[in-house]
Ligand binder design. Structure first.
Ligand SMILES: Cc1ncc(COP(=O)(O)O)c(C=O)c1O
Length: 370
């Protein structure tokens, strides 16, 4: 493995220091929750701090399995979706292998295969095509060595959601070529309208990955999951987890289970906040002549771009935005894209912080005109 720190982590708000940020539009989740506000109805002082079930908290696995129509043994809890993605990459990829992955993407989906040193073909998403892609694009990128196709839906950073028919076509394609399909559906509970089925229900060679971090604002719990109906893969994933960490943190998993069991009570509040955030962003874009975008269909981020003809000095823009206005967005280079793109998170900031932050982006755009 050839590890290197990714810009999205080095420059993340938690590494920069929350204290130095006034308007934080760089987050990709709902606002972080406070433990005392979770109404856990349990005295955690009685929790025995033993090595837990190696697959993860049985109650949480049972609930996930019931929703996904699979057996609890086919659910593996992981330290966040990031841990699940690492298990998938290290289990399936090798220097002689090949992966097809979307770009831009949540950085780990690209960086873990790169650290392993396997061959990578990208399916590049462009604003001109509305960040859309389909089975034909994946087919063109696949080679006889392709072991894994890695997609993310709802997508980070663009907020696009793959049409279910197209997803089924991709499942058929990948299955017919003897590869596996990884669906990073970390934003699944933030899909507008009817929730999608867990991707793993679509085929034995489909792996679903998600977590509690984004929709429920609980990234500090570090609880995610990996679902697969392939028995051999299931065993390999468990072996990988056991070698890395034996089991998850019992306290985190206990809290995660209690939150997840009550999640349907939380979802209307979350959906209302998301709707308000998108509406605020849409009205700002409508009045900001320097920006263009593709409206998001899911998740809590969008990936607008400074128009080329707006005549903005992009380096100066970020230095003014961060330095003078203490306002942060996710610059394009976090996602291996031109810095004219910026990821804007609309689920995390309070309404007042969000509006002030967007106004600051406009001011910085004006000040950085050449
Ligand atoms: C698409 C996607 N997958 C996975 C993750 C990792 O999240 P976590 O490990 O907190 O579940 C993120 C975080 O930004 C993400 O956006």
């Amino acid at each position: 493995m050839r590890y290197r720190r990714m810009p999205i982590e080095v420059e993340s708000p938690e590494e920069v220091g929350y204290g130095s940020i006034r308007c934080n539009l760089a987050e990709s989740s709902m606002r972080d929750r406070v433990l005392g506000d979770l109404r856990l109805d349990v005295d955690l002082a009685g929790t025995i701090l033993l090595y837990g079930d190696h697959r993860g908290h049985p109650g949480l696995r049972e609930r996930l399995a019931a929703e996904a129509g699979c057996a609890p043994s086919q659910v593996l809890l992981t330290p966040g979706a990031a841990g699940a993605l690492f298990i998938v990459s290290t289990s399936l990829l090798s220097p002689g292998g090949h992966v097809v992955v979307l770009r831009p993407n949540y950085a780990t989906n690209i960086e873990a295969p790169r650290a392993i040193g396997c061959g990578i073909s990208f399916v590049d998403l462009s604003m001109e095509r509305g960040f859309q892609y389909g089975a034909d694009d994946i087919a063109k990128a696949m080679t006889p060595q392709t072991r894994l196709v890695s997609i993310t839906t709802p997508h980070n950073p663009t907020g696009t959601v793959l049409d279910e028919g197209e997803l089924r076509r991709i499942v058929d394609l990948v299955t017919s070529r003897g590869a596996y399909l990884l669906v990073d559906e970390t934003y699944r509970d933030l899909t507008v309208g009817t929730p999608r089925p867990f991707a793993t229900t679509l085929g034995e060679r489909v792996i679903s990955v998600a977590s509690l971090s984004k929709a429920y604002g609980l990234p500090g719990l570090r609880v995610g999951w990996l679902l697969t109906r392939d028995p051999e893969l299931n065993e390999t994933f468990l072996a990988a987890k056991e070698q890395m960490m034996i089991c998850g943190a019992v306290l985190d998993e206990e809290i995660a289970c209690r939150v997840y069991l009550r999640r349907t009570e939380e979802l209307p509040r979350i959906a209302a906040q998301v709707k308000r955030g998108v509406a605020t962003l849409a009205s700002w874009i409508a009045t900001e002549p320097a920006m263009e975008w593709v409206p998001p269909a899911g998740g809590v981020v969008a990936f607008p771009r400074i128009k080329a003809e707006a005549g903005v000095d992009v380096g100066r823009f970020y230095s003014i935005l961060n330095g003078e206005y203490a306002t942060f967005v996710g610059p394009g280079h976090w996602f291996e894209q031109d810095d004219r793109f910026m990821r804007i998170g609309f689920g995390w900031p309070t309404p007042a912080e969000f509006e002030e932050g967007l106004a600051n982006v406009s001011k910085a755009l004006r000040s950085a005109r050449v």
